[in-house]
Ligand binder design. Structure first.
Ligand code: ZN
Length: 436
């Protein structure tokens, strides 16, 4: 008898494990964003996208691949470094009820061959449970469609009349083309996008129209409106005691945060050292928790633009926007205001200097961890001929960087270095000039 019970128990256990595995399979992971940056003598690329662990990933990958292919086959033939062609892909995405994903990509191409940059928008609304892609009209009831159409039309007429040819309005927005409009749904708004080919010839940016969800509630799919804000904690930055008569070095990490940042701040903590992270604004919300932990451990955050556009090539307005939107989101989500700016691709112009109050800092040692795939060669770059007050550049978006870091810290400690953040480095330099 007892044996029979054991069999039944075992059977339940197996069913249990299988169902856990199955539900796990459907789980949407939201804490992974990839940022790829690349540069050579002809092109510069900065590409950010989420990894959702659903079939949407295949669409994302196809989209990115085709954009890169288009870019590489049409651009990248300048022989002057300052004239390199640029591809930038950024995204916004939200997951609702662990089931629906709203995602929008904006692609930007800038080239010496173009009078104005090219902008393109591509959106997805994916139902992971049914494995179906939904359009705006799938999501809205008929009455909601009619009111949305009215709101968009009124907004274009009243606020964007400079950018549209009023006679063409019906071809830009109608009830029947609602289905094909790129859109993104966040907690507050339905966002609709128009690209420059919809608009008059002297408007070059993407035109974004926001319709409040209080006006269009989207009855078919009740979207969550809860804001998953983390409790703002009082931040006590731990400060190490630094001896100004001994050598110092500053470790800096660009392009993050990413899924490797957690490991990197863990390693730093294990060795009781601090570093500076130059972050991208578009990743702050997703990695809010790990960033808060990083700050609490005493690390410093710097501004590395919002989505890694090549700052020195942007218009003044867009340049300021890249810097300020990152300041704004770090203030909002982390209650933290970066003091330092590291312009993307290390290129600094007077226009950047003149349009920010942040202190601009580059580096003195490049580990080339974005190019070198071998851990020991990265370690060698980061530990050979290092001098007092050096600033070492790494990227917290690669596993190999975290593996290298484990070896780099003890070697530099052995060489007599103390590790400082960039603010601490600044203080030390000041102190040393005072001491003389
Ligand atoms: Zn970068």
């Amino acid at each position: 008898m007892k044996k029979k019970y054991l069999y039944i128990l075992g059977l339940f256990l197996i069913i249990g494990i299988i169902s856990i595995l199955l539900t796990h399979h459907h789980k949407i992971l939201k804490d992974k964003i990839i940022t790829d940056t690349y540069q050579d003598n002809h092109i510069i690329m900065g590409i950010s996208y989420p990894k959702t662990n659903t079939k949407l990933d295949k669409e994302i990958s196809n989209y990115i691949t085709s954009q890169i292919h288009y870019f590489k086959s049409n651009y990248g033939d300048s022989d002057y470094l300052v004239d390199r062609d640029e591809l930038n892909i950024d995204y916004q995405y939200k997951i609702y009820h662990n089931r629906y994903i709203s995602l929008v990509f904006t692609t930007y191409i800038n080239s010496y061959k173009l009078n104005q940059p090219i902008y393109e928008v591509q959106s997805y609304f994916y139902d992971a449970k049914k494995d179906k892609f939904l359009s705006l009209t799938d999501l809205l009831e008929e009455q909601e469609q009619i009111s949305l159409y009215q709101y968009i039309k009124n907004d274009l007429e009243n606020n964007y009349y400079n950018y549209i040819i009023v006679e063409n309005l019906d071809s830009i927005i109608s009830l029947s083309n609602l289905k094909s409009l790129p859109f993104y749904i966040d907690n507050k708004n339905i966002n609709i996008y128009f690209t420059p080919d919809h608009l008059v010839s002297d408007y070059y940016d993407i035109l974004e129209i926001k319709i409040s969800r209080e006006k269009i509630p989207i009855k078919k799919i009740k979207l969550e409106s809860k804001s998953n804000e983390l409790e703002m904690k009082e931040i006590n930055t731990a400060s190490n005691i630094i001896d100004p008569s001994k050598k110092v070095v500053a470790l800096t990490f660009d392009d993050g945060p990413s899924c490797y940042t957690k490991e990197i701040i863990k390693i730093l903590k294990e060795y009781d050292v601090n570093a500076t992270f130059f972050i991208l604004g578009n990743k702050v919300e997703t990695y809010q928790e790990v960033l808060l932990e990083s700050i609490q451990n005493g690390n410093e955050l710097g501004n590395h633009s919002y989505n890694h556009k090549w700052l020195s090539r942007l218009s003044t307005k867009n340049l300021i926007n890249q810097i300020e939107s990152t300041q704004k989101i770090t203030k909002e989500k982390l209650n933290y205001e970066p003091e330092f700016l590291r312009p993307t691709y290390g290129s600094v112009t007077n226009r950047i200097r003149n349009n920010t109050n942040l202190k601009i800092v580059l580096w003195t040692v490049d580990t080339k961890d974005w190019k070198i795939k071998n851990v020991d060669r990265i370690v060698e770059k980061a530990t050979t001929n290092i001098e007092d007050e050096d600033i070492i550049l790494m990227h917290d978006i690669f596993e190999r960087t975290s593996l290298a870091l484990k070896k780099i810290i003890p070697i530099l400690k052995e060489q007599g270095f103390q590790f400082v953040t960039l603010s601490e480095l600044e203080e030390i330099k000041l102190l040393r000039t005072r001491i003389g």
